[in-house]
Design a protein around this ligand. Structure first.
Ligand code: GLA
Ligand code: ZN
Length: 674
């Protein structure tokens, strides 16, 4: 049924524009029109509303009140501002949680996640399904043809709840039954014989109440998978209603704070466009990392649907409330990070929020306008951004990020590696951050995609720790390498089957065919620093893990420099068909990755922008009319960069070549072919 439903036309979500998050229900109605008028004058084109407004939309059970939202939407429309409506299911109202306590999630120890802030909703609650579907359908009917409404956001920032309520317990049992059919099969696939964990009847099977990681790892992994599916089904009920009632509008969801334990790729399948809530930490001491982890978040969001995306919440002031307040964004930072998002494929960037909340739990997560209610320095910078984006929109629309390199990301690997941490400091996502940071520093554009996605069109695939694996994964990498691709595999690959059971075969399991190497022994060295020496005799630090490698067809390209395994191969490369497969048996320092990737980029013909100074990033968006090169200085220092072509600045119109000086948080957008 889902497939037959009409998807929104891309035109409705591929506009390059700036928006704001606005909460009409938080302000006196007399403030709405002056606010909206100022939005219009500032160049704001879109707002998101209502994602927490259930108690105002349905103040008591079954009595809907849309009059206030009608008036707000009509005002937005009168000023030419478009609207995305959020479904309010993350904030079930008190009348609902009081009448139907099954709406509330239950922690493993039996305590209840009480209402009052938000997120107090179990994805498997039958009452939430009934009442949530009803309010969504009513909203969709009311606004399906409202001229201001262009799209919908499902819920708000899905997260994993680890709910242990009775509904989840029953649903988990059915999920496991559907997956394994018989108890015999379940007992064998989970290896429950160990420590007398065998199930003799389905009633004995429950969610893991112990909450300890020291439980059957196959049960824990399947409990995660069950929760991913619960969230996907929870969202799917919403997208089915919205597509049935309001087929012309797009549907998105605002993902946040990576790494997320969600199956974001599964959730994104049901969306037209993915969104991300982008809050880079503005602290000076974060400037060596925030621009890079931010670039990874943006690339990961683009990878969810493998196309351009939205930012649904963008940093606008000092964040706070959930922790002591962070530093205020330095002059230029708000604008520069918004342009970074656009450079990495965001089309619409919606800033959170128009004005800081005067009440509620989040008074000090600052918006564009402070409690003074006087638009100040940050607002002026935002206004500049709006002007620039509106001027450049015709040039930017239809352009996309194209990459020759991909990092394969897997929430299943991340979950399994968290269920059983392998060594001190070995963190799946932190390691991805390092590989991605090295690519960004080399100016190599990278997509971050689900590990099961096709790899056609790429020249390089970085494949971190495929700890869980199967024949399909091994064959896909073999065919990519066989056809000329370069694959980089890392340690902790090929360890287990997909049910989290260790396999009785040499590491890296099925990947040893393509890697041409096996692991003779390993040492989980954790935080101990070891040495790696490459073929040129250069030494690098390594840590976390040391696989002592035994090359079969592969050639060693780096060796350990110390401990009892000094002289043993640590990194190998194997020619496989027309391509190459690297195997990195340890966690090498960023310096090693920069050298390795720099060499691979030169050899494989990857477009790169070497010699970028610290904090400077270079990204390209390409369209039918040509390329736009974004140079971003995401640091508090002045930086300079040498260009080997002549460009015209799309922002200032001036010709640019040779050495370009970039002041703190400067942005240049350069057109080629001048
Ligand atoms: C998230 C939420 C917003 C807001 C911000 C700031 O991104 O979606 O409603 O709370 O965090 O904390
Ligand atoms: Zn539950």
């Amino acid at each position: 049924m889902r497939e037959q439903m009409k998807q929104a036309e891309p035109g409705s979500y591929s506009k390059v524009q700036i928006g704001v998050d606005y909460y009409p229900e938080h302000w006196e109605e007399a403030m709405w029109e002056p606010d909206i008028k100022l939005m219009k004058e500032t160049g704001v084109k879109v707002v998101r509303v209502a994602e927490f407004a259930w108690s105002r939309l349905e103040p008591v059970e079954g009595r809907f009140d849309f009059a206030w939202l009608d008036r707000a939407l009509d005002l937005f429309h009168a000023y030419g501002i478009q609207v995305v409506i959020g479904t309010p299911t993350t904030t079930p109202p008190r009348w609902l949680t009081t009448a139907c306590p099954d709406v509330l999630p239950v922690f493993a120890d039996g305590s209840v996640y009480h209402p009052g802030v938000r997120g107090h909703r179990c994805y498997n609650s039958a009452s939430l399904r009934t009442y949530g579907s009803r309010i969504i359908e009513a909203l969709a009917r009311r606004y399906s043809s409202h001229p201001a409404v262009i799209g919908w956001q499902t819920d708000n920032e899905f997260g994993m709840l680890d709910c242990h309520c009775d509904s989840c317990n029953r649903a988990f049992r059915s999920w496991v039954q559907a997956k394994y059919s018989t108890l015999e099969r379940l007992n064998s696939e989970w290896g429950t014989v160990v420590w007398s964990g065998e199930y003799s009847s389905w009633e004995e099977l429950t969610v893991p109440y112990g909450g300890s990681p020291h439980q059957n790892p196959s049960l824990l992994l399947d409990f995660q998978r069950f929760q991913w599916d619960s969230c996907i089904h929870f969202q799917r009920r919403q997208t089915e209603i919205l597509r049935a009632v309001c087929p012309e509008r797009f549907i998105t969801h605002n993902f946040h704070s990576y790494p997320q334990r969600l199956d974001m790729h599964g959730l994104a399948e049901d969306l037209d466009v993915a969104s991300f809530d982008y809050y880079p930490n503005p602290a000076p001491q974060k400037q060596a990392t925030a621009p890079y982890s931010g670039a990874l978040s943006l690339d990961l969001t683009r990878g969810l649907k493998r196309r351009n995306f939205w930012i649904m919440e963008q940093l606008s002031g000092p964040p706070g409330c959930w922790f002591p307040m962070w530093r205020t964004p330095h002059p230029g930072l708000i604008r520069a990070y918004a342009w970074q998002a656009i450079a990495r494929g965001a089309d619409t960037v919606v800033h959170f929020r128009w004005r800081s909340a005067a009440a509620g739990a989040e008074q000090f997560w600052h918006g564009l306008i402070d409690h003074s209610n006087v638009p100040g320095r940050r607002f002026a910078e935002f206004a500049q951004l709006c002007g620039e984006v509106n001027a450049l929109a015709p040039l930017l629309e239809g352009t996309e990020v194209t990459s020759n390199a991909a990092i394969l990301y897997s929430h299943e690997q991340m979950a399994a590696l968290r269920i059983q941490p392998q060594a001190d400091g070995l963190d799946y996502y932190d390691n991805i951050k390092q590989y991605h940071r090295a690519l960004t520093k080399l100016g190599i554009s990278c997509d971050v995609i689900d590990w099961r996605q096709p790899l056609e069109g790429y020249k390089l695939a970085i494949v971190p720790s495929l700890y869980l694996h199967d024949e399909e994964a091994a064959q896909r990498l073999e065919s990519f390498a066989g056809n000329g691709g370069t694959v980089i595999l890392t340690n902790r690959s090929g360890v287990k089957n997909m049910n989290n059971i260790c396999l009785l075969q040499p590491l890296p399991g099925l990947f040893s065919r393509a890697a041409g190497v096996t692991v003779a022994e390993y040492d989980p060295v954790g935080h101990d620093i070891h040495m790696l020496v490459d073929a040129a005799g250069e030494s690098f630090e390594c840590s976390q893990w040391c696989d002592i490698l035994q090359p079969e067809e592969a050639e060693p390209v780096a060796w350990y420099g110390d401990d009892f395994f000094a002289g043993s191969p640590a990194v190998t490369v194997n020619r496989f068909g027309a391509g190459k497969v690297y195997y990195i048996g340890t966690h090498a320092s960023e310096a090693y990755w920069l050298k390795l990737l720099g060499g691979i980029a030169a050899e494989a013909g990857l477009a790169a922008f070497p010699d970028l100074p610290d904090g400077v990033q270079a990204f390209t968006r390409t369209g039918e009319k040509g390329e736009l090169l974004f140079l971003l200085n995401l640091s508090r220092g002045t930086q300079s960069i040498g260009l080997d072509k002549h460009y015209r600045s799309a922002l200032s119109g001036s010709l640019v070549s040779g050495i370009v000086e970039l002041s703190p948080f400067a942005v240049e957008i350069l057109e080629t072919g001048v």
